[in-house]
Design a protein around this ligand. Structure first.
Ligand code: RP5
Length: 162
């Protein structure tokens, strides 16, 4: 079993600029992760293998991003009990509302924790993964608390003129 507890998966190379926001957040918080292209439609066998081995390999959270007919997070949730955080990638045709609806409307029994569309959702997925791991990792909990306190402190009391 490796010491990597977070898997970031995405349907396509084209999702990486969005999903990198999750990776960057995990880097900031000192959380190791792996990243893979795993497409529900183009590489279904890869999806199956990833889901089948996720728990035994020691993964504790999977962040799954996809756009359009975004079946990856839901299919992954159907294949593993490892919690799946879904990131709806913004699309050109429908602005990511298609991705959001594809990911969020899971049938009872197989939840996906769905984030906001696009970059903010991906960054929040990194934070959510860290928060989950922090429930049993006091050092990470401290780093997360510090990050949150610094964000709060960076917000000015009053708006400024440009
Ligand atoms: C989905 O189709 C991917 O998650 C991606 O968001 C979208 C478009 O993929 P590409 O055509 O750019 O590879 O499977």
């Amino acid at each position: 079993m490796s010491d990597i507890e977070v898997g970031i998966i995405m349907g396509s190379q084209s999702d990486w600029p969005t999903m990198k926001e999750a990776a960057d957040m995990l880097d900031t918080l000192g959380v190791p992760y792996e990243k893979r292209i795993v497409s529900a439609h183009r590489t279904p066998d890869r999806l199956w293998d990833y889901g089948k081995t996720a728990a035994s390999r020691g993964l504790k959270v999977i962040i799954a991003g996809a756009g359009g007919a975004a079946h990856l997070p839901g299919m992954m949730a159907s294949k593993t009990r490892v919690p799946v955080i879904g990131v709806p990638v913004q699309t050109r045709a429908l602005s990511g509302v298609d991705s959001l609806y594809s990911i969020v409307q899971m049938p009872r029994g197989f939840p996906v924790a769905t984030m906001a569309i696009g970059a903010a959702g991906a960054a929040n997925a990194g934070l959510m993964a860290a928060a989950i791991l922090a429930t049993s990792d006091p050092a990470l909990a401290k780093r997360l608390d510090t990050w949150r306190a610094e964000l709060s402190a960076s917000i000015p009391d009053e708006p400024q003129d440009d």
